[in-house]
Ligand binder design. Structure first.
Ligand code: AMP
Length: 178
């Protein structure tokens, strides 16, 4: 599939892609969007800067658009775990580009900053939560994140996560998934 129109994505996403001048899906996008649209699990490997973020984000944004839900407090529909706050912010920026005007509840949480804005957003429920492992577990232990309505879990930069020594945190997060 070498055209974004071939994936069955919502027209509102296609409009966002067009306004960002995305013409052709990159190889990781061509190979991963179809199985992800079918709800399959996927392990993807591609170099930095080759469009991985859109590869995993577009199918989850599409699912939210096609099945809008009112989220209960602390519930999250999609969880993206990533090793650093810089990566978390980059993912958020990209997701905002792909879902402009669609009114999705997206929140990024990481350590080293105040918890208050993060807990306030979580208390309303979140469609897409982007998190670093430590702060995610912290807020989970405090009761601000409940996983029973989770639909998709994405481990971004899994190799770096292991290099950074996050293995135990990742195991703990996985044990919380429904
Ligand atoms: P990523 O590898 O996800 O960090 O993406 C690297 C850069 O490529 C980002 O600035 C994206 O906005 C951009 N990008 C991703 N997919 C495409 C595409 N199919 N066409 C043009 N630019 C893209």
């Amino acid at each position: 599939m070498n055209n974004f129109n071939d994936f069955g994505l919502s027209s509102s996403i296609l409009t966002c892609l067009e306004s960002n001048n995305y013409e052709t899906p990159t190889p990781i996008q061509q190979n991963s969007i179809p199985p992800l649209m079918q709800g399959k699990d996927l392990l993807g490997i591609a170099q930095t800067g080759t469009g991985k973020t859109a590869a995993f984000s577009l199918p989850i944004i599409d699912k939210i658009i096609k099945n809008k839900k009112k989220m209960k407090p602390a519930r999250i529909r999609n969880l993206i775990v990533t090793p650093t706050r810089e990566l978390a912010s980059q993912i958020e920026e990209n997701i905002k580009k792909y879902s402009k005007g669609l009114n999705l509840k997206t929140k990024t949480i990481f350590g080293g900053v105040g918890k208050r804005p993060q807990t306030q957003a979580l208390s309303k429920g979140v469609d897409i939560l982007i998190a670093t492992p430590g702060r995610l577990l912290d807020l989970t232990n405090e009761g601000y994140v409940i996983y029973n309505e989770l639909e998709t879990f994405i481990l971004d930069e899994a190799d770096r996560m292991l290099e950074f020594g996050f293995i135990n945190d990742i195991k703990k997060i996985i044990s919380l998934l429904p």
